[in-house]
Design a protein around this ligand. Structure first.
Ligand SMILES: Cc1ncc(COP(=O)(O)O)c(C=O)c1O
Length: 407
């Protein structure tokens, strides 16, 4: 490891990997090298352009190999938000209006893209979830009936950590020739899904959740969808005509390196999911230990699925010693003052005062929908780092309880 490329992790402990992860030293080092030599415009015909184009191709192949995808199945975007818009609106552009099915616990980017589809005459059906945030499979048949023409599902829920049964939904969509898009932004931070064997047609992800740079993401798109999906942003014909704009050679190099450094994605219920000594297995072990301490120490309640969840993710409902709801954002601020960085709900919703729509969809009572806490871990945290966290969380809960009037 080259120390000069180690990121400055700031004061205290960073437990907000789901918002963004610190860049990996290998990524920073690689990007610095690429920035020096491959700064040209990859569409130019001179030596500088060719240098950039060659680097772009190396990164594209590195990424395609990491996902077991073909190089022309990969479209580079500015992040998951754009990938999601390209996935959904790209279908809407090429097909007559029909019904789009999305879960009731999607990221706001999916809600926003779905809203734009409504403007184009599409209907939206929201797939209800159970109390753990898992889509209700008993509704699958009804939801996939005509006029459904597209399904979009968040694979790993950012706020509560629940993993959706993507394989099962994908098989059902395949049987009906309905394209399935998955928002894999949080899953890809924890491992590289094997695209080749995944029954999914479109997959969105973002580099900054997995130790890569911000401002770059990707969409994987099955070749078979080519006739039913098109660009939403025109320009110079880059990315196979699917996304116009000068390609971000350096950001793409960083994304390719960050993703290729990940281990393969392992479903928590798969037999090979036993936590190993390194990588995500180790993060999951630390997560499990911290979660146990938190549930023992404080009047906290786990949110989301207990097993079928993102391996680095803890979601809790904050309560005072009498079991009454506490405002999650006040707990986050109290912990930040102690140097512990966590979040309440997802970072994209943290500016909003209303209760969490995700918690509401899971049937959490309105009084509790502002009480979500999220702790998300990463390989930069050692077991020793985490030793005092449960006690600090309890201290923050007590402090907030002492200054908050009961509802
Ligand atoms: C599940 C999910 N989808 C989409 C996004 C949007 O990603 P980006 O900010 O890279 O566009 C996020 C980011 O928090 C996310 O967690």
């Amino acid at each position: 490891m080259v120390l000069e490329f180690s990121p400055d992790l700031g004061p205290g402990l960073y437990l907000d990997a789901c918002a963004t992860a610190p860049p990996r030293p290998e990524v920073l080092q690689h990007m610095a090298a690429v920035q020096r030599t491959a700064w040209g415009n990859a569409s130019s015909l001179h030596a500088q352009g060719l240098q950039a184009a060659e680097q772009l191709e190396r990164s594209r192949l590195e990424l395609a190999q990491a996902f077991e995808a073909d190089r022309d199945e990969l479209i580079v975007t500015s992040g998951a938000t754009e990938s999601i818009h390209l996935a959904l609106l790209g279908v809407a552009r090429c097909q007559p209006p029909g019904r789009l099915v999305i879960s009731a616990v999607e990221h706001p980017a999916v809600e926003a893209a779905a809203f734009r589809m409504v403007e184009r005459g599409w209907q939206i059906a929201r797939w209800p979830v159970d109390e753990e945030g898992t889509v209700r499979l008993d509704q699958l048949e009804t939801l996939l009936a005509p006029p459904t023409r597209l399904v979009s599902l968040i694979w790993g829920q950012s706020e509560v950590g629940t993993l959706q049964p993507v394989e099962r939904v994908g098989e059902a969509c395949r049987a009906r020739e309905i394209p399935l898009h998955v928002d894999a932004t949080q899953v890809v931070s924890q491992g590289r899904p094997a695209w080749r064997s995944l029954p999914v047609d479109l997959l969105s992800a973002s580099a900054h959740k997995c130790g890569g740079p911000k401002g770059v993401g990707l969409l994987l798109r099955r070749r078979a969808l080519q006739e039913r999906h098109g660009p939403i942003q025109a320009g110079g014909g880059q990315e196979g005509g699917l996304r116009g704009g000068t390609q971000p050679v350096v950001l793409m190099a960083g994304m390719a390196r960050a993703i290729s450094l990940l281990e393969p994605w392992v479903d928590p219920q798969a037999p090979e999911a036993e936590p190993g000594p390194s990588g995500i297995g180790a993060v999951q072990q630390r997560r499990d230990r911290l979660l146990k301490q938190l549930l023992n120490l404080a009047p906290l309640q786990l949110l989301g699925a207990p097993v079928q969840r993102l391996p680095h993710h803890i979601a809790l409902l904050a309560a005072d010693p009498k079991g009454r709801p506490l405002p999650g954002r006040a707990v986050v601020r109290a912990l930040a003052a102690e140097g512990v960085a966590i979040s309440s709900g997802s970072a994209c919703a943290s500016g909003r005062d209303g209760g969490s729509p995700v918690l509401a969809a899971m049937g959490i009572a309105p009084d509790w929908c502002r009480s979500g806490l999220r702790l998300s871990l990463g390989p930069w945290l050692s077991e020793a780092d985490l030793n005092g966290v449960a006690a600090q969380v309890q201290g923050a809960l007590e402090q907030v309880a002492a200054t908050t009037a009961p509802p």
